[in-house]
Design a protein around this ligand. Structure first.
Ligand code: GLY
Length: 365
């Protein structure tokens, strides 16, 4: 611990430190972090969307301008529909016009869409330049900013084009969560609770015990909440950075969740779809005798307390199951379904049948 209000988690690959996650409650320490990365000699381009730019761009620009050679920004219209190669092209043009070279950095300031798109641009511009994540939503702070997955959607295919490209720094100011729209906070909670279920029962129990304070976003719980999730995600991506095996356990709830998300034309938030998929998967686990009915009920109640949607309507189980077969996480035509063999431990299962999925779906329909 560096100060009472700051934590630093180092992400290592093969034992070598690759980047730090700085968890703090202000943007005031960002300048020091940029200096440590040698930014005095670099140009920086802050990539962000129209929503986030209106709130944080000027502040970040000011901090960065005080310690970098030059700072520019590229703002694109907010929305998943802009997470595509056209927007990436716009950023490339901006970087070329402003003569960015291989030593210069990009900053992803925003939620998952910005982080994924900026990261992908950084992975491919001049065969790869450095980038920094400044995540501003709960979902991006606990999940998408960590682990180097970058990418964009291609036509109707989500995250179809991408690359693994590790950031140089993740700078997480948890105080921004206080002003996040409630729906967005609830969205992030889908991934937060999932982290506890797949890897850390004690963290899951802590969330349940503190759920009222968490949902009130009391400052004393925000940092431990994000830190607990970051520790779990870090552990998984250090073991398996390119998702050969273990990292797939992060996809708990995603097989059915993604199918629902796609069939709903992405009108339901990602974290909510994952939570619904998780509830169905928990029911499947209970049916196999892997977790207890009480565990399923505790999870269901946690969703309710996080104001998540509890049911989907307008879709058929048949269509959802059919959509799971197109998931890009299939392997040689077999679905890699993530199950729990106990609360707090996930594993990859290749034997889940359509009948089991249909039965599990009945709990969310
Ligand atoms: N969001 C899942 C992963 O990073 O692997």
């Amino acid at each position: 611990m560096n100060t009472e209000h700051e934590r630093r988690l180092t992400v290592r690959l093969d034992g070598e430190p690759i980047y730090d996650i700085v968890l703090t409650e202000t943007f005031s320490g960002l300048g020091e972090e940029l200096k440590k990365l040698g930014c005095e000699k670099k140009k920086l381009c802050i990539v962000t969307d129209s929503n986030v730019a209106a709130i944080y761009l000027e502040e970040i620009k000011k901090v960065a301008s005080d310690c970098c050679r030059a700072v520019t920004s590229y703002v694109f219209p907010a929305g998943e529909e802009n997470k595509n190669l056209d927007t990436v092209r716009g950023v490339y043009e901006h970087l070329i016009e402003n003569k960015f070279d291989r030593k210069d950095y990009l900053i992803a300031l925003g939620g998952g869409v910005v982080g994924d798109l900026c990261g992908f641009t950084a992975a491919t511009y001049l065969r790869g330049v450095g980038f920094i994540q400044i995540p501003t939503t709960l979902l991006s702070q606990v999940d998408s900013s960590i682990g180097g997955k970058t990418g964009v959607d291609f036509d109707a295919y989500k995250n179809m084009v991408g690359a693994f490209h590790m950031p140089k720094l993740v700078y997480t100011n948890v105080s921004v969560l206080k002003s996040l729209p409630e729906e967005q906070f609830s969205n992030g909670m889908g991934e937060v609770i999932k982290h506890g279920l797949i890897r850390d029962k004690a963290y899951f129990e802590w969330i349940l015990e503190n759920l009222d304070t968490i949902m009130e976003r009391k400052p004393e719980v925000l940092r431990p909440l994000v830190e607990g999730s970051n520790l779990i995600k870090r552990e998984v991506v250090e073991i398996d950075p390119t998702e050969q095996n273990e990292r797939a356990t992060l996809n708990f709830g995603h097989t059915l969740g993604h199918a629902v998300e796609k069939l709903m034309d992405f009108k339901l938030l990602h974290g909510h779809c994952v939570a619904l998929g998780t509830l169905a998967a928990m029911n499947l686990c209970a049916k196999r005798g892997l977790v207890s009915e009480i565990d399923v009920e505790r999870y269901r109640l946690s969703m309710e307390r996080c104001h998540m949607p509890m049911k989907i309507s307008g879709l058929s189980a048949k269509d959802i199951i059919a959509a799971t077969k197109n998931d890009k996480k299939m392997e040689a035509g077999v679905i890699k379904f993530i199950l729990l063999d106990q609360l707090g431990h996930a594993y990859i299962d290749r034997t889940v049948t359509d009948e089991e999925m249909e039965q599990a779906l009945s709990s969310i329909m």
